[in-house]
Design a protein around this ligand. Structure first.
Ligand code: MN
Ligand code: MN
Length: 466
């Protein structure tokens, strides 16, 4: 057999789009670097399960790296680095660039909230001598996936005297866990006839928190009373304090490698910490870039970016206005020439469920970061469709830097859909495109990503911000 390529092979190489597995492109040294990078990512995942924890982690890492707390009245010069912690739930890190802000900034925006279960304002009740907590789910979840798995409880409580109380129960090995019970299959015949989306209904997401009554010969609801007594002993809490609190239930397990080849990471909350962490690391590395580099870790994406910590609020625009004012510019003068990577995940092609994807336009594990021109649904509704010009620019930046990337779309046309923060950044008159990591089992309590893709996200964000 001759080693020489046939004319057809040559022509195919020249003309056809041919995406290879990143493991076949990267050398051993770079694969090792990727695996090492993911050790830090797993640590972040296991220790930052809520948006508050992720925001605190980012602010602390920034301060440690020499970033100063942002002062809206100060003026900054090239090389200055600041961080802004917004209401303890979102963070903006900025490295001031050599060019004037009038030439625009480079933004990487990801989100640090993830689908979860929140406690209702009055959650605690007793039924049949069991104490339970009522929840309201946050973000898009398949409710049945949250039953019969160990859960941890994280919260911030403002007590009657105004003091702040942070609660975390269930993350340590010797700490108790919580659980939503499910019906045994033996008695599940009727439940089995429900549509999957109602396998467990919203009002059935009740969390088991106790079963032993307060010892007394009289009185009612003694199991609930005993739970309140324990909360009071440990945290000085009373039942009314649930009202001025934010309690979040998340899977209690840590991130771990997946597969015999350890090529993947399984964890709660990849969406969107798998973009937030690489973008944070890229921001920390970024010193005196050409253009001012702005890294946003935002909240509330999973419920539509609403609220004053979501990107539909003015906090990013106001931040830009503040730094613009320090160079005697208006926000719009800075925003108009600005460019943004909306760093968010996309669905990875799943061979078990091939029918929802258009294989030609789907993203695959290990084929690098996914550049998604548009999201939305039903005829591109609710998306910012990136322009050919900006797609061309991003393509060139990534190709020149040897970044392995692919394109993706969120499923077949009319199969469903979704959105990201891209449209809200676009509303500020900024060029924006979605760039992120492909995820299997997205929004499940245990999502899966490829380590090489995570590393490519870090490389891509570093290159874009540099
Ligand atoms: Mn997301
Ligand atoms: Mn999501």
């Amino acid at each position: 057999m001759s080693e020489e390529k046939t004319n057809v092979e040559k022509l195919q190489e020249e003309l056809c789009l041919n995406l290879k597995n990143a493991a076949l492109i990267m050398d051993d040294e770079e694969i090792k670097k990727a695996d090492e990078f993911c050790q830090g990512y797993k640590h972040f995942l296991s220790n930052c399960k809520t948006e508050r924890q992720a925001a605190a982690f980012a602010a602390e890492a920034a301060a440690k790296a020499g970033f100063e707390p942002f002062d809206p009245k100060a003026s900054y010069k090239a090389g200055d680095r600041v961080y802004y912690l917004h209401r303890n739930k979102a963070v903006i890190l900025t490295s001031f660039g050599k060019k004037s802000l009038s030439e625009g900034v480079r933004i990487v925006a990801s989100h640090i909230d993830a689908p979860r279960l929140d406690l209702k304002p009055t959650p605690l009740y007793e039924d049949s001598e069991l104490a339970l907590l009522k929840t309201h789910y946050y973000g898009g979840i398949k409710k049945y996936q949250w039953a019969a798995i160990p859960l941890a409880l994280h919260g911030l409580v403002i007590l009657k005297d105004g003091s702040r109380l942070e609660v975390s129960i269930g993350e340590e090995e010797d700490e108790p866990k919580f659980v939503i019970t499910d019906l045994l299959p033996h008695l599940g015949a009727e439940q089995g006839k429900r549509p999957l989306s109602e396998g467990i209904k919203g009002e059935e997401l009740n969390v088991l928190v106790g079963s032993r009554p307060f010892k007394s010969d009289s009185g009612s609801e003694l199991v609930k009373l005993n739970v309140l007594r324990l909360l009071n002993e440990k945290y000085s809490m009373v039942e009314a304090d649930f009202i001025s609190a934010e309690f979040e239930l998340v899977p209690a397990y840590k991130a771990s490698d997946v597969g015999l080849d350890r090529s993947m990471i399984g964890a709660y909350g990849h969406d969107d910490r798998v973009c937030a962490y690489p973008s944070l690391m890229a921001a920390l590395d970024c010193k005196a870039p050409e253009y001012t580099a702005v890294t946003v870790l935002t909240d509330k994406e999973e419920i539509g970016s609403s609220g004053n910590t979501g990107l539909q609020s003015s906090y990013l625009k106001d931040f830009i206005a503040d730094i613009a004012a320090s160079q005697n510019l208006s926000a719009r003068e800075v925003l108009r020439p600005s460019k943004c990577l909306s760093a968010d995940v996309n669905a990875a092609f799943d061979p078990t469920f091939p029918n929802v994807h258009d294989k030609l336009n789907a993203a695959f594990l290990n084929k690098g970061i996914v550049v998604t021109k548009y999201t939305g649904s039903r005829g591109k509704s609710g998306t910012s469709d990136a322009s050919a010009e900006f797609m061309g620019e991003v393509r060139k930046i990534f190709d020149d830097a040897g970044i392995i990337w692919q394109t993706g779309s969120l499923g077949k046309v009319d199969e469903g859909g979704g959105g990201t923060v891209a449209q809200y950044v676009a509303n500020l008159d900024v060029d924006v495109v979605d760039v992120g990591v492909a995820v299997l089992s997205m929004h499940a309590p245990f999502e899966v990503v490829s380590k090489l893709d995570v590393y490519m996200a870090y490389k891509a964000f570093s290159t874009f911000l540099a």
